[in-house]
Design a protein around this ligand. Structure first.
Ligand code: 13P
Ligand code: SF4
Length: 365
């Protein structure tokens, strides 16, 4: 540890990208194996370039639990991802999120008081602990993962939601799925559950706005949450591409609406999208419905394929975009000086319960 004061953030904004890049590189070399940078596929290019390991949420969760030699995990992604890294990493490891304002608007659509209220409302007509599995998409706060851990439930990601729902139905007859209604509906439908047996739970309304008959009929209760980026993609965009480029293949993220997912050729997590397009033959044509940074990266990487962004307007994840070179440089320079800034530390009891829910997932997939 040094006695030098922490490096301030503001002056870094005045520096050019070249200077920031060179400072980050120097800090990275100086920290060596002590520090690992994890990068989600939606990170802007100049930040993604510095990631030692990249992936979708599931892959990054696993990596966070495996890189036990790194004292510092700098997470270039959003808040819930850094929380998962903290929960799954060893106690001696420190997780850092370069900008604390990098959240996920979908994760913010479900909170513990409303989920607990839903559990109480459902408990009026059902024995919840015997009948309902609470399942949270990984895009959620740690306290909701802890809620699932404490009530026999689990976490899922976009790459394993169907498997996790299958697991859930092997335990109990119903699932309360939050916060993304689209991932829940798309995955439930692929398992053969009719739409009428997936009811939308509207937090804030008594009994989620459902009648007791609707609750009893539902196999999945879908929380009324969504991703504002992925709900921009529309069936009309797919129709337009099919008309313009005969033979085009459409691949979308399962956070897209039901109609979009139904009309696409493939659905998958960010890693699965990347893998499928990479494995496709040269000359193949792809319209991709997920965040712009990933699509642009694939386009640059594979100039021999036709790769198009499915939406005619720009849709990028504004919170992912908050992690920029200045913030990455700031946290790295501070580590070199012996200062930890923007640490993500989930309280121990909450982390223990959340870990149970995450480990149930990791045991299934
Ligand atoms: P993936 O797990 O597919 O990377 O998705 C994370 C996410 O936030 C998508 O919007
Ligand atoms: Fe959250 Fe949507 Fe951004 Fe993914 S793309 S992090 S779901 S707001």
């Amino acid at each position: 540890m040094t006695t030098s004061p922490p490096v301030p953030l503001e002056p870094l904004y005045a520096l050019s990208d070249e200077v920031l890049q060179s400072r980050i590189q120097t800090a990275k070399e100086s920290l060596g194996d002590q520090c690992v940078i994890l990068g989600h596929h939606y990170q802007r290019e100049e930040v993604y370039h510095f990631a030692d390991l990249t992936g979708d949420s599931l892959k990054l969760s696993r990596l966070a639990s495996q890189r036990t030699e790194a004292r510092y995990i700098v997470f270039c992604g959003v808040h819930f991802m850094a929380e998962v890294a903290d929960i799954l990493s060893a106690p001696a490891q420190t997780v850092i999120l370069p900008d604390l304002a990098a959240g996920c608007s979908m994760a913010d659509m479900a909170d513990l008081p409303n989920v607990e209220q839903a559990w109480r409302d459902l408990g009026k007509g059902l024995d919840c602990e015997q009948t309902i599995i609470p399942m949270t998409y990984v895009n959620s706060t740690a306290d909701l993962k802890a809620f699932c851990g404490d009530h026999g439930g689990a976490v899922c990601t976009s790459s394993n939601a169907e498997k996790m729902l299958t697991w859930a139905f092997s335990q109990r007859e119903k699932v309360l799925f939050f916060p993304d209604q689209h991932l829940g509906r798309n995955s439930g439908h692929r398992l053969g559950i009719p739409l009428e047996e997936m009811a939308l739970w509207q937090p804030g309304l008594p009994n989620g706005g459902l009648t007791s008959a609707e609750i009893h009929r539902a196999r999945i209760l879908l929380w009324d949450g969504f991703c504002s980026v992925h709900t921009m993609f529309q069936p009309a965009h797919i129709a337009l591409f099919r008309q313009r480029i005969p033979g085009v293949q459409v691949i979308v993220h399962p956070e897209c609406s039901f109609d979009v997912c139904q009309q696409a050729d493939y659905r998958g997590s960010t890693e699965q999208i990347q893998d499928r397009v990479r494995a496709a033959p040269s000359g193949s044509q792809w319209a991709i419905g997920t965040e712009l940074n990933l699509v642009n990266r694939l386009k640059k990487e594979m100039p021999d394929k036709g790769i198009f962004f499915l939406c005619p307007t720009v849709c990028l994840c504004a919170t992912m975009f908050r992690i920029d070179l200045a913030h990455l440089c700031w946290v790295m320079d501070n580590l070199v000086q012996g200062h930890v800034v923007n640490r993500i530390a989930v309280p121990a009891r909450e982390a223990a319960s959340a870990r149970r829910a995450l480990e149930r997932m990791l045991a299934v997939v």
